[in-house]
Design a protein around this ligand. Sequence first.
Ligand code: SF4
Length: 245
Amino acid sequence: MSDLLQNLRQRTDETISQLRSAVVEYKSVCYASSLGPESIVLTDLIWGAVPQIEIFSIDTGRLFPETHDLIERLQVRYGRTLRMYYPDAEALENWVGENGINGFRDSVEQRHGCCGIRKVQPFRRAIAGHGAWVTGIRRGQSASRALAAPVEWDSIYGLHKVSPLLDWSEKDVWDYIHSKGLPYHTLHDRGYPSIGCAPCTRAVHAGQDPRAGRWWWERAESRECGLHPRRPVPAAGSHVPGVSA
Ligand code: SF4
């Protein structure tokens, strides 16, 4: 077996083991798919090896058409339907009525308001009643994500948070996708490493921060969607409560 396949086998086995342990420990576990490359890996592992975990995604109403195409391609490949959650229609109508159709560009507060209605509220409905939710975050994605632990108590949402891809590199993720010929978002091949809503995502240049194309008009500190709030990055030697060293 080549080194590449051996590495992937080891990563895969560890991840499946973590997912199965989460099911044993927390009984009802769900996975919030962002439909990014990490989601493709986790969808393949969950639907292939740990189908007790419910996978869902959120349709904010402002997604790229290519995102819907990807959902369809995943459903065809696995012969399963991805559970979709949508924003509350009345709350969204009121928000747009007060702030305008693209009011999320006017201030960070308004942007968080839009993400709150289109993403966070549907997410809260989706995880309600579950003992744990799975995320696809990796340590290499940002300084704040580097501090995450494989299993944490998520005090914001009131359930456990399981992150089984923390130690995967970006190369591991893409090696896995290509080695299995999995469907992935076509915009990744057009300069979009991180993809969210269409009006809030643009392509980045080679060498730029992969998340530089998300909410690019804002200061870097505010560029999270609300599902993974940034934690403070400690100075060397200091300690952030609840986070393993
Ligand atoms: Fe609204 Fe943009 Fe957030 Fe999507 S990413 S929910 S359009 S502010």
